[in-house]
Write a protein that binds this ligand. Structure first.
Ligand code: AMP
Length: 178
């Protein structure tokens, strides 16, 4: 991990207590977007960490995964694939139900977004329990894709989300860890 970059990211994350519900310390990444030079460094940090990975597409999780996800896909010169909440994508979709702390959620991806055998990187802003990234992996594998790895801006270490993902890919990149 690049400690200098990690510290710069942390300095520009705003902690919001009890959002969106009581007991959650929400990591607000929007202050980072006000700093174009830091955004460039973050993008370069991802690219450097992924330099040995074979990536054919970047799948990004709605909605905060879209911000750096599109930049990352463009920089890697590979397709950007949006994974969205149920009912948001206009064309035919593949969907996957997954468990959240309270109840279930459904995520969707366009049915033709992935070509079988493609190596897909999954990107999101935060890795917490790992449930969301795990569900995204299952959706991509359902479409015939391979998981090339994971790239997160930050992870919440004590929740051990990486343990849920390691059996799929050990290529788990996080630029800052709490
Ligand atoms: P999880 O499935 O528990 O790993 O949660 C990851 C998803 O929830 C990501 O899409 C994050 O954007 C969001 N998330 C979870 N915990 C937080 C947090 N403390 N602050 C900001 N976003 C979070």
């Amino acid at each position: 991990m690049n400690i200098i970059l990690s510290e710069k990211i942390k300095e520009n994350i705003r902690d919001i207590q009890d959002f969106p519900k009581r007991g959650i310390l929400f990591k607000d990444i929007t202050p980072i977007f006000e700093l174009p030079d830091l955004c460039t460094e973050i993008l370069e940090g991802f690219i450097e960490a992924l330099s040995n990975s074979k990536i054919d597409a970047v799948a990004c999780i709605e909605s905060r995964g879209f911000f750096f996800g599109m930049l990352l896909a463009q920089k890697l010169r590979v397709p950007f694939i949006p994974i969205r909440k149920k009912g948001k994508l206009p064309y035919k979709t593949l969907s996957l139900d997954y468990e959240l702390e309270y109840g279930t959620e459904t995520m969707e991806m366009h049915v033709d977004a992935i070509k079988p055998g493609q190596n897909v990187l999954i990107h999101d802003d935060v890795l917490a329990t790992g449930g969301t990234a795990l569900a995204a992996s299952q959706l991509i594998m359902k479409a015939g894709g391979n998981i090339a790895g994971y790239a997160f801006l930050l992870s919440v270490g004590f929740l051990e989300g990486d343990k849920k993902l390691q059996f799929i890919s050990q290529n788990i990149i996080t630029l800052a860890e709490y």
